[in-house]
Design a protein around this ligand. Structure first.
Ligand SMILES: [Zn+2]
Length: 249
């Protein structure tokens, strides 16, 4: 029905990130009982499409009724849905870090949650990633700057700001700076993210996408520093070992 006999149609390809020509691998029309008084016609067709550029497969639904007829343009404008749907404009992709399996899963979920705008779980996952990076680096605490009740820095007799060693997330982020994993500017930005300050998920303030994006932008270089470089060194060692084996008589 309505164009499905054709073996090709244009549709959004999530891999090519744009409209591409697709082969129609299969199509099927679902019969609905509808009241002829409500609709003159009712077409619900589903098709499996394959992108001609990259072979990515998607499912397309086209819903067309007489209500979809645009009388000004004198043409049918059916509702087209593609599954999986096109990612939202703010979507980010998962960088290619070789994270330990547990953190890799969490990292993937954090990015998925961000892309799907599931903000509270994204924030909770970001905390988990920071905790994981600390664990990996053996960072369990760090020096947190002290402030008086008016919010002014507490200074000692020599004019230096006083600090206290703390084991909470604030302390751990400070510990990452001491360990040389995170720059002090990055740490300051992380501290600014109010949602990271709450220990329990039920206390999390709903963060904005902008805040989450900032946190992800700060955390990615940290993950790369903690895990990416380590993995590259390990790969280099493995390659060296293979080369040694090969050159042995
Ligand atoms: Zn494609």
């Amino acid at each position: 029905m309505a164009g499905d006999e054709m073996k090709e149609e244009k549709a959004y390809c999530r891999e090519c990130a744009g409209e591409r020509r697709h082969d129609v691998l299969f199509s099927h029309e679902i019969e609905h009982d509808y009241n002829p008084e409500d609709f003159a016609f009712f077409e619900d067709t589903w098709a499996m499409l394959s992108c001609r550029g990259c072979d990515t497969v998607a499912v397309r639904r086209r819903l067309a009724t007489d209500h979809h007829y645009n009388f000004n343009a004198e043409e049918l404008e059916p509702d087209i849905s593609i599954y999986p749907p096109a990612p939202p404009d703010h979507a980010i992709s998962v960088p290619d870090y070789d994270l330990p399996p547990r953190l890799r899963r969490l990292h993937r979920e954090v990015i998925d949650a961000f892309n799907e705008e599931i903000v509270t779980l994204c924030a909770a996952g970001l905390r988990g990633l920071i905790e994981g990076a600390c664990l990996e680096k053996g960072v369990k605490k760090g020096p947190v700057p002290l402030f008086d009740d008016a919010g002014n820095p507490k200074v000692d007799a020599s004019g230096k700001q006083e600090t206290k060693i703390k084991k909470n997330l604030e302390g751990k982020i400070a510990g990452l700076v001491v360990a040389g994993v995170l720059g002090s500017e990055g740490a300051a930005h992380l501290h600014e993210l109010r949602f990271l300050g709450n220990e329990a998920v039920h206390e999390l303030a709903a963060p904005s996408l902008q805040e989450l994006k900032l946190a992800i932008d700060i955390i990615h270089p940290v993950l790369d520093a903690v895990f990416g470089q380590h993995t590259r060194v390990e790969s280099l060692k493995a390659l060296k070992a293979i080369r040694k084996k090969k050159t042995k008589p």
